[in-house]
Design a protein around this ligand. Structure first.
Ligand SMILES: [Ca+2]
Ligand SMILES: [Ca+2]
Length: 81
């Protein structure tokens, strides 16, 4: 009986570990501002943002002043909201 309980807790532990790994691998880290700003004009344009899929998805929400460019301040707020 004791052995069975131990097996169950082992199963639970490995299931938790597996889901942790799955979560970590689906999370795409945001590239640095410098990396995204290809032409080095201190703004990330929509075209430059296309290199990062998750950035394209949130570009409009992140563009606080709606000039279709992300400056360093707007970029820094991504993921912190
Ligand atoms: Ca740029
Ligand atoms: Ca902007």
């Amino acid at each position: 009986m004791k052995k069975m309980l131990r097996n169950i807790s082992l199963c639970v532990a490995s299931a938790l570990m597996l889901s942790g790994i799955a979560l970590a691998s689906t999370e795409t880290p945001l590239p640095t501002f410098e990396k995204m700003d290809v032409n080095k004009d201190s703004q990330v344009s929509k075209e430059e943002a296309q290199d990062a899929e998750m950035l394209t998805a949130i570009f409009e929400a992140a563009d606080a002043n709606k000039d279709n460019m992300l400056d360093k301040d707007e970029y820094a707020l991504i993921g912190k909201q």
